[in-house]
Write a protein of this length. Structure first.
Length: 248
C-alpha cells in the first residue's frame, strides 16, 4: 500500500529500476495487488490465532477415524479411558449381554440405566469396564471419561463427590472461575452437580466410575441426560433405583 502511494507521489521523470519500475508504471494496480496480499496475510494470521486459542479449532485428540467430535469446551480431555487389554478373555457372555443391552436401548431411544459391575477384589472389574468402554466408544462420540473414586484403595481416602465433579468439569473445558467453591460442602457439591449435568445435557458420553465405595459417593456424578452411559465398578452391591447390576 505504501509503495502504491509513494509511486504516485514520485515525479514521472524519475525512473525506478527493475520491478520497481513496473510498479511505478502501474501504481494503482500495484496498490490493489498489495491490498489483496495484505488481506490474505491477515486471514492467515487469524487462522493461526484460532488454532492457538482454547476452544478454537477442533483438537486433534478429538478426531477419531476421520470424524470430528464437537468439543464440550476449551481445554477438553474427552478420551481418558485407560489402555484396553490386549488379550481379553473369559468375559464374553457378560460383554455380549452388556453391549447388546446398550445398543438395544439406544436404538429404541430409551434412557440408558446405570450399569454397576461388582465382584470380589482382583476379579477384573476395572479391566472389564474399560474393555466395554472401548467396545462402545463409537456409540458415545461426545467423550469417554474415566474416574478412579479410590473407594477401596489401600492408603488413600475415597474421592469426594465434589472433588470428582471439579475434575470432570475441568476435563470438559469448564473455566476454573465457573466451578463453584464455598464453605458448605453440600451446597458446593449440588452446584457442581448441576453444572455437570448442564455440560452433558443432550450429549452422548460414556463415564466409567471405578472403585466406588457407596452409591452416595457417585450419585452426584450421574449425568441428567438419558443418552449418557455410566459404568460403575465396586466391591459392594450398590444397586439402587434403576441400576442394572452385573456380577463378575
Amino acid at each position: 500500500m505504501l509503495i502504491g502511494l509513494v509511486t504516485n507521489a514520485v515525479p514521472n521523470q524519475v525512473r525506478w529500476p527493475g520491478l520497481l519500475g513496473w510498479i511505478q508504471e502501474h501504481a494503482w494496480l500495484s496498490f490493489c495487488l498489495l491490498g489483496v496480499v495484505l488481506i490474505g496475510l491477515s486471514e492467515t494470521l487469524a487462522v493461526f490465532a484460532d488454532m492457538r486459542a482454547p476452544g478454537g479449532l477442533v483438537d486433534p485428540l478429538l478426531r477419531e477415524n476421520g470424524d470430528v467430535v464437537a468439543p464440550l469446551g476449551s481445554a477438553v480431555v474427552l478420551r481418558s479411558l485407560p489402555r484396553d487389554a490386549s488379550a481379553f478373555a473369559d468375559r464374553r457372555e457378560e460383554l455380549w449381554l452388556l453391549v447388546t443391552a446398550v445398543r438395544t436401548a439406544q436404538e429404541q431411544g430409551g434412557s440408558l440405566p446405570v450399569h454397576v459391575i461388582d465382584g470380589m477384589p482382583a476379579v477384573g472389574k476395572t479391566t472389564f469396564a474399560v474393555h466395554v468402554g472401548h467396545a462402545l466408544k463409537k456409540l458415545f462420540p461426545d467423550g469417554q471419561l474415566f474416574v478412579n473414586l479410590n473407594g477401596h484403595t489401600a492408603g488413600r481416602s475415597p474421592v469426594q463427590a465434589s472433588d470428582a465433579l471439579a475434575s470432570l468439569l475441568t476435563a470438559t473445558g469448564t473455566p476454573t472461575q465457573e466451578i463453584w467453591v464455598g464453605d458448605v460442602a453440600g451446597a458446593v457439591t449440588e452446584a457442581r452437580a448441576g453444572l455437570w449435568r448442564s455440560r452433558l445435557a443432550g450429549r452422548k458420553a460414556l463415564l466409567v466410575l471405578d472403585n466406588a465405595a457407596s452409591y452416595g459417593q457417585f450419585e452426584a456424578l450421574l449425568p441428567g441426560s438419558g443418552g449418557c452411559l455410566v459404568l460403575v465398578t465396586s466391591r459392594r452391591r450398590l444397586a439402587a433405583h434403576d441400576e442394572v447390576v452385573l456380577a463378575v
